[in-house]
Design a protein around this ligand. Structure first.
Ligand code: ADP
Ligand code: ADP
Length: 238
C-alpha cells in the first residue's frame, strides 16, 4: 500500500510568482520525511503538489514530475479529484467536518469511494479510529459531532479520516502547531506507529519534532523574500 514518492525538477507557481524551484527528491515507502525551513520557503506549497491540491488554488500551476511508484500523478489520464481523495492530508488546524458525527467524519471518504455496507463501514471506522489511537476515547460517542472533541482528539480524528481510505501517502502540514504539548506527543507517537504502513511527509517548524518523528530531514531555504524556495539537502535524521 505504501508507495515511493519520486519528484523530479519540480517548479511550483502562483500565477507568475515561482514559489518553489527545481526540487528533485525521493521519499521511501514506510518512512517519515520531515520538511524544515524558514517561513515562506515553500514547504506547504511543495507538500500540496504531492496530492494535486496546489491546483485548487487560483493561479496554482505545477511543472515537473511526481511519481508514486510507477504512477505519474500529473499524467493527463489522472483525475486530480481522485488523487486528492486517495492521498490523505492533515492540516495545521484540525478540520473535522464540525457538524458531522465522529462516525460520519471517518465514513465520509469511504462512502465517496462507494462503500455502502453498514457492517463494512462499521469495521473500517473502528479500525481507523483504533489506528489513530482514538477508539477508546470515542467508542461510546460515535454519533456526537466531531467539533465536540478536544483539539488533539480532533487532529487524531482527522488522521483517522485520512487513513480510512487506505491512502498511498499521508501528508501532514504542521499537524501539531495548534496543539498543546501533551496532544503533540500523542500525535508524534501516532506518526511513529503509522510509519510501518504508510509513506509520510510532515512539514514542521520544529527541529526537535523532526528528530523525534522522521527518518530523513529535507532542508528548504530561499535567498530572499520573493525568491523561490529550493531544497538544499536531505539528511538522515540523527
Ligand atoms: P504557513 O506559513 O503556516 O503556511 P501562511 O500564513 O504562510 O501560513 O499561510 C496561510 C494561508 O494563506 C495558506 O493557505 C496560504 O496558502 C495562504 N497564503 C500565504 N501567502 C499568501 C499570499 N501571498 N497570497 C495569498 N494567500 C497566501
Ligand atoms: P512555507 O510553508 O515554507 O511557510 P508557503 O508554501 O506557505 O511557505 O509559501 C511559499 C511562498 O508562496 C510564500 O512567498 C507565500 O507568500 C507564497 N504563497 C503561499 N500561498 C500562496 C497563495 N495562495 N497565493 C500566492 N502566493 C502564495
Amino acid at each position: 500500500m505504501a508507495k515511493r514518492i519520486d519528484v523530479s525538477d519540480l517548479n511550483v507557481y502562483y500565477g507568475a510568482f515561482k514559489a518553489v524551484e527545481g526540487v528533485s527528491m525521493t521519499v521511501e515507502p514506510r518512512s517519515v520525511t520531515a520538511f524544515i525551513g524558514p517561513s515562506g520557503c515553500g514547504k506547504s506549497t511543495f507538500l500540496r503538489t504531492l496530492n494535486r491540491m496546489h491546483e485548487v488554488i487560483p493561479g496554482g500551476r505545477v511543472e515537473g514530475k511526481v511519481m508514486l511508484d510507477d504512477q505519474d500523478l500529473y499524467a493527463p489520464s489522472m483525475d486530480p479529484v481522485m488523487v486528492r481523495r486517495t492521498i490523505g492530508m492533515v492540516f495545521q488546524r484540525p478540520n473535522p467536518f464540525p457538524t458531522m458525527s465522529i462516525y460520519d467524519n471517518v465514513a465520509a471518504g469511504l462512502r465517496l469511494n462507494g462503500v455502502r455496507n453498514k457492517k463494512t463501514l462499521d469495521g473500517i471506522v473502528e479500525q481507523s479510529l483504533k489506528g489513530a489511537n482514538l477508539w477508546n476515547e470515542v467508542k461510546d460517542r460515535l454519533s456526537k459531532p466531531g467539533a465536540g472533541l478536544s483539539g488533539g482528539q480532533q487532529q487524531r480524528l482527522c488522521i483517522a479520516r485520512a487513513i480510512a481510505v487506505q491512502p498511498q501517502v499521508l501528508l501532514m502540514d504542521e499537524p501539531c502547531s495548534a496543539l498543546d504539548p501533551i496532544s503533540t506527543l500523542a500525535i508524534e507517537d501516532l506518526i511513529n506507529e503509522l510509519k510501518s504502513d504508510y509513506t509520510i511527509v510532515i512539514v514542521t517548524h520544529n527541529m526537535q519534532q523532526a528528530a523525534r518523528v522522521s527518518d530523513r530531514t529535507a532542508f528548504f531555504n530561499l535567498k530572499a523574500t520573493g525568491e523561490p524556495g529550493r531544497l538544499i539537502e536531505i539528511d538522515e535524521t540523527t
